[in-house]
Design a protein around this ligand. Structure first.
Ligand code: ADP
Ligand code: MG
Length: 309
């Protein structure tokens, strides 16, 4: 981690050993092969953490992950043990659960993570689009000529990347994923993630969204591949309003895209420190995260938080 600004959450802690501080989440060892994962309001872009927290973001990520994990539990087991603060506190023994973490913390089974970011793409966007423009390939795989940004791919493709502890993840092809985790795990990860993507994309389409791409993380719990980390959140996915997608143009996405676009227009070399975010950018991003949750799930974020505080 190149930066130490951890937003408002730095002021609050819990009497448990810290396992790691990710770009967005704080992980604590809750004993008995369990982790307490707390989603902060931090936002990162181009792998750099912005100095300003985005209001409500951690709660959106948590609520959306809980929603999707339940939707997908018949495809792949999840790792969630508890997300209600009272249940979490009850499961923790002596450690007092800070009220500031209501709605943004989950207790999960600790998994032995596959060292892969399991990305599935149904549309051409982001880094895949950049690679395609340069070489006509996506994660090393040749693609048909003439594709434009935001074009739908002939079929969804599994395009893994490495999980780099520092710096940028590296896009790899399926053969390299096999080298990393073995043929059996790579094949299982691909099949599971393609099914999860199809499931989520269909549900998103029902409410007028295109799930252009998304990143899953899988890990072994008691020898069984399980769905870990965040699931189909605006941080891990590109979510486009279906009626506003015009191939060749960047869609007005319900994810970090407004931040990426604003940053791209700044004189900034993508190394820390990032430029300070104006309140208008911060608030617009917050509103988009909340709207993504509410429109995709049909639920209210206030209800989510209210029931947990
Ligand atoms: N059930 C789990 N068991 C073990 N590790 C997990 C589990 N769920 C998530 N993780 C890990 O927790 C971290 C989440 O923190 P985050 O801030 O998102 O990190 P990153 O900067 O790597 O994206 C990731 O490294 C993820 O792989
Ligand atoms: Mg992450």
């Amino acid at each position: 981690m190149v930066q130490t600004n951890h937003g408002a959450l730095a002021l609050v802690t819990i009497d448990l050993p810290k396992v790691l501080s990710g770009k967005v989440r704080e992980l604590y060892d809750a004993g008995d092969d369990r982790l307490l994962i707390v989603a902060s309001d931090r936002v990162s872009a181009f792998d750099v953490i912005m100095a300003e927290p985005i209001p409500d973001k951690g709660r959106v990520l948590t609520a959306m992950t809980v929603f999707w994990s339940a939707e997908m539990s018949d495809v792949v087991p999840g790792t969630l043990l508890a997300e209600d603060p009272r249940e979490i506190e009850g499961a923790l023994g002596d450690a007092r659960f800070p009220s500031e973490w209501a709605g943004r913390a989950v207790l999960v089974r600790r998994a032995d993570m596959l060292p892969l970011e399991c990305i599935v793409r149904g549309y051409l966007a982001g880094q895949a689009h950049e690679e395609y423009e340069k070489s006509g390939t996506v994660h090393g795989k040749a693609m048909p000529a003439g594709l434009k940004l935001a074009d739908r791919l002939a079929e969804p493709i599994f395009t893994p990347s490495t999980k780099a502890p520092e710096g940028h993840d590296v896009n790899i092809d399926f053969a390299q994923a096999v080298d990393l985790v073995g043929a059996e795990a790579a094949t299982a990860a691909r099949d599971i993630c393609l099914e999860l993507y199809a499931r989520a994309a269909a549900r998103a389409a029902d409410v007028g969204f295109i799930l252009a791409d998304t990143k899953f993380e899988l890990g072994y719990v008691d020898g069984v591949l399980s769905l870990c980390d965040e699931v189909c959140t605006p941080d891990s996915s590109r979510l486009w309003p279906a009626d506003q997608v015009v191939p060749g143009h960047t869609p007005p996405a319900f994810d970090k895209q407004p931040l990426r676009d604003w940053l791209a227009a700044q004189p900034w070399d993508r190394t820390p420190p990032p430029p300070p975010l104006p309140p208008s950018v911060r608030d617009a991003l917050s509103a988009r995260y909340v709207a993504a949750y509410e429109r995709v799930t049909g639920l209210s974020l206030d209800d989510w938080y209210g029931a947990r505080s």
